[in-house]
Write a protein that binds this ligand. Structure first.
Ligand SMILES: [Zn+2]
Length: 443
């Protein structure tokens, strides 16, 4: 899009004025029944009631009117693996065997840069179709997998976080790097991509089992160069994994302590799963500002366990949490589906997740967890213009259910339980429409 570009959209808008885990969920929502959102140079320049804001509409700009839809900030996926799209829905295994059987062979194909380019294109198009405008993405251990991903994200103008997976043990030869190679390749990718346009780099050790203590130390060295660099890894997803980590790192107090010892627990660190963690680990995340990514569809699919969301968010020592699809272990890239699965997992722990809380975890809360809440996650003037337009009548069943809805919250909840990519009417990134269901169809 050109630097001076300007666009506007009109419709019912829903965003946040407060954290729905800190105030009654209904009070956290900011709803504008007939809103106008004006976007200029990639940011929201005006937002409010149509009748008021229309005066701010530049001459010659006609708003796209999304009647009977809900406009939200774009969804944020805080944990996803783009090279695993070919093995989504792979049968029969739990975490460690699933990695060996399905994931490592799929990731080995990324030695070929053409494969990486093709997959990056498909993956990002799928994200846009799902209304996800920012994601924290694991690539493979091949630097070209990162190169291909960032190049496509930059072409779309999307704010993305990604990094090369570090793995120097317990992985096939074709995917293993070394301490030095992992450091050098990550370092070169940081120089090339971190802060270029909207792209952000994440140092990405896959998890403690596949990195030696020396490699984790090297990851810490990379982070010490620049506090704005992200870190992403997995934490306590599965009990067999937790046992293996205990054996590999007998001197560490806990799984999180393995990472902490290497300097990896800090703001902008995102730990996927954290199902089997102890109170001291949650306290440490709270103290340091490290975030957890709750990946409910993945946890159910691999039978990993139930994340205790409300324990993590306990107001005595709240930990930052966002939602993650964790595809390929996750079963959908749709954050609507992920919100629905988060509701079910919360039910399994005896807690009720309100629809506003679920939406917050996929937008404003996720942005907070990534320390990007000054740029994305809510609809407000000055924020980056990343939006998704939800159609609560997208399927016959939703249409029928919507006719029985008595409140916006009821409608929103039905959308999180029954909705998916079919409900994403349009996606706007940096003030430009990158997905339009009517124009692009279901492709
Ligand atoms: Zn994962």
């Amino acid at each position: 899009m050109s630097p001076a570009s300007c666009a506007a959209i009109r419709g019912r808008a829903i965003t946040f004025r407060a954290n729905p885990f800190e105030v009654p969920p209904s009070d956290s929502l900011l709803v504008e029944d007939d809103a106008l959102i004006v976007m200029k140079d990639g940011r929201i320049s005006a937002f409010g009631a149509y009748d008021v804001v229309k005066a701010a509409l530049p001459e010659g700009v006609t708003p796209v009117h999304y009647k009977d839809c809900l406009i939200s900030a774009g969804f944020i996926d805080t944990h996803v693996h783009y090279p695993q799209l070919p093995v989504i829905a792979a049968w029969g295994e739990q975490l460690l065997e699933w990695l060996e059987t399905y994931v490592f062979p799929a990731e080995a194909a990324f030695a070929d840069e053409a494969v990486a380019r093709d997959m990056a294109k498909h993956f990002l198009a799928e994200l846009m179709r799902c209304g996800t405008t920012t994601a924290a993405v694991y690539c493979t251990s091949h630097p070209q997998s990162v190169e291909a991903f960032f190049a496509e994200a930059e072409r779309l103008g999307a704010r993305m976080i990604a990094g090369k997976v570090l793995m120097d043990r317990n992985a096939p030869d074709a995917l293993r790097d070394t301490v030095q190679r992992g450091y050098d390749e990550s370092s070169a990718l940081i120089d090339r991509w971190h802060g270029k346009g909207r792209q952000l780099y994440a140092v990405t050790p896959r998890f403690a089992i596949t990195s030696t203590p020396e490699q984790l130390e090297a990851a810490g060295d990379l982070l010490r160069r620049d506090a704005s660099i992200f870190m992403q890894t997995h934490l306590a997803e599965n009990l067999t994994e937790v046992d293996a980590v205990r054996r590999l790192f007998p001197d560490r107090r806990s799984y999180l302590d393995v990472y902490d010892h290497a300097g990896l627990v800090r703001p902008r660190s995102v730990f996927g799963h954290a199902i089997h963690v102890e109170e001291a680990e949650l306290c440490r995340c709270h103290e340091t500002g490290a975030a957890l990514s709750h990946c409910p569809s993945s946890n159910l699919f691999l039978g990993s366990g139930a994340f205790r969301l409300f324990d993590a968010l306990d107001s005595k020592r709240p930990v930052r949490v966002g939602l993650g699809s964790d595809v390929g272990a996750g079963t959908s890239l749709s954050q609507l589906r992920t919100m629905g699965e988060a509701y079910k997992v919360a039910q399994m722990t005896g807690r009720r997740l309100h629809a506003a809380q679920a939406l917050w975890l996929a937008t404003a809360g996720a942005a907070r967890s990534l320390e990007l809440d000054d740029r994305i996650g809510v609809i407000a003037p000055g924020m980056e213009a990343d939006l998704c337009v939800l159609d609560p009548h997208a399927t016959p069943l939703l249409q029928y259910r919507a006719s029985h809805c008595e409140s916006l919250e009821d409608l929103l909840f039905a959308l999180t339980i029954l909705g998916d990519d079919r409900c994403i009417r349009a996606t706007w990134v940096g003030g430009a429409c990158v997905h339009n269901l009517e124009r692009d169809g279901g492709q």
